[in-house]
Write a protein of this length. Structure first.
Ligand code: 13P
Length: 287
């Protein structure tokens, strides 16, 4: 059964580790992430952007697929199904469809409007036992057409949003979705420190987990980050493994074109990436 992400993230913050949110795109992604979490006895959050939800056929398809896998694959570790960077309407759709966690990304609204919409969605989510993440300070880069500038959040605005009863907070600290440019300045630990000082126990979320060096990840966890989002890195490892299979001509040998064979190396590559991240984040054996 899907669970809200609140308890797993409160435990992570108290225990000084982070739970990975791995974004899903299809059945292979979902199965690879769930099986790895089960093998490593780690809690996990499946992230679904609005674009990925649409790609998979809709939120009911996603909920049906994930619930079916939890049952048939006998997944017993805590799993949350989370809307990533949700719009106001998207949040309501996912609450209806049976997601166990949502993110309302109101970071592009003026703070007053972000506060008003977040307040309303907190009540709607909590009435269903669903956890809710909010965002302050746009995350840089591009994801599903949403373009952020990579600004650092204002700690006072973080405190204002955290006080609305949300369960975890995404705050921009110079992080960027996708690959980091060579001239990236790194995470602003000064900002993170100031945000944690004002928001206390609130689990903090680090978006743009792809390509952040291990030492920065570890430091961010010591400063209150309890959820780390990874998307692009699984896409890169899937693509590289699939490319290798095709370039070696394996799809042309025997029944190598069978999708169960063609997609197998990419599937294994996602598993390896997820394992590496769970080990780095410290969530192994924390289920
Ligand atoms: P990356 O694609 O950079 O890993 O970011 C993922 C993310 O933050 C999803 O919200």
């Amino acid at each position: 059964m899907l669970v809200s992400a609140t308890e797993m993230l409160q435990k992570a913050k108290a225990g000084h580790y982070a739970v990975g949110q791995f974004n899903i795109n299809n059945l292979e992604w979902t199965k690879a992430i769930l099986l790895t979490a089960q093998e490593l006895n780690s809690p996990v959050i499946l992230g679904v952007s609005e674009g990925a939800g649409k790609y998979m056929g809709g939120y009911d398809v996603v909920v049906g697929m994930v619930n079916g896998m939890l049952k048939d694959l006998k997944i017993t570790v805590p799993v949350a199904l989370h809307l990533d960077h949700g719009t106001y309407d998207g949040c309501y759709k996912c609450l209806e469809a049976g997601f166990s966690s949502i993110m309302f990304d109101g970071s592009h609204y003026p703070i007053e409007e972000n506060v008003a919409k977040t307040t309303e969605l907190v009540a709607a989510a909590h009435a269903r036992g669903v956890s809710i993440e909010a965002e302050v300070g746009a995350i840089g880069g591009e994801e599903d057409g949403v373009i952020g500038m990579g600004e650092c959040a204002d700690p006072k605005e973080c405190k204002a949003i955290a006080d609305l009863g949300i369960d975890f907070l995404a705050a921009g600290i110079g992080n960027i979705h996708g690959k980091y440019p060579a001239n990236w300045k790194g995470l602003s630990f000064e900002t993170l420190d100031a945000i944690q000082a004002l928001t206390g126990e609130m689990p903090l979320v680090l978006h743009g987990g792809t390509g952040i060096p291990a030492d920065m990840i570890k430091k961010a966890i010591t400063l209150g980050v309890a959820k780390i989002n990874v998307n692009t890195e699984c896409q890169l490892s899937f693509a590289a493994a699939t490319r290798k299979y095709v370039e070696e001509g394996k799809d042309l040998q025997g029944k190598g074109y069978d999708p169960r064979k063609l997609l197998a190396p990419g599937f294994e590559a996602i598993k390896a990436t997820v394992k590496e991240k769970m080990e780095l984040f410290g969530s192994v054996d924390k289920a």
